[in-house]
Design a protein around this ligand. Structure first.
Ligand code: AMP
Ligand code: ZN
Length: 111
C-alpha cells in the first residue's frame, strides 16, 4: 500500500488540516513555504494522468478542498496550488495530491 493510502486509512497519522469521507488534507513533511499542505483523495488514484472520466467530481473536490484549506489557514493574501503529474514534472509520490502553498510571495513562472 502506498504511503498516502496508509494515511487515508489511518495507519500513519499525518498533521491533518481537514478531512471528510473522500479527501484528506495534511501538512507536507518537507514544507516549501510557511504553509504547505497536501490534499489527497482517500481512494488511490496514481496521478492526474491516470485519472478516469468517473473521477471528474473527485478532481473538483480536491480543488474545492484546497480552497477550504486556504480559508482555514488564513491565506488571505493568496496561495498557489500545484499538481505534479508524472516523473518529469517532479511527482515523487504516486498517489494523486494537490499542493497548497502560501504564507510568502512566490515567483511566477516557478522555473
Ligand atoms: P510530489 O513531488 O509532487 O510527488 O510531492 C510529494 C510531496 O509529498 C513532497 O512535497 C513531500 O515532501 C511530501 N511527502 C512525502 N512523504 C510525506 C509524509 N510522510 N508526510 C507528509 N508529506 C510527505
Ligand atoms: Zn495510494
Amino acid at each position: 500500500m502506498c504511503i498516502f493510502c496508509k494515511m487515508a486509512k489511518g495507519e500513519i497519522t499525518p498533521k491533518t488540516v481537514l478531512e471528510d469521507d473522500e479527501v484528506l488534507a495534511f501538512h507536507d513533511i518537507s514544507p516549501q513555504a510557511p504553509v504547505h499542505v497536501l490534499v489527497i483523495p482517500k481512494r488511490h488514484v496514481e496521478s492526474l494522468a491516470a485519472a478516469e472520466p468517473a473521477d471528474q467530481a473527485l478532481l473538483g473536490k480536491l480543488l474545492w478542498t484546497a480552497r477550504e484549506v486556504a480559508q482555514k489557514l488564513g491565506l488571505d493574501a493568496g496561495y498557489r496550488t500545484v499538481l505534479n503529474s508524472g516523473a518529469e514534472a517532479g511527482q515523487s509520490v504516486f498517489h494523486l495530491h494537490l499542493h497548497v502553498l502560501g504564507g510568502r510571495a512566490m515567483a511566477w513562472p516557478p522555473g
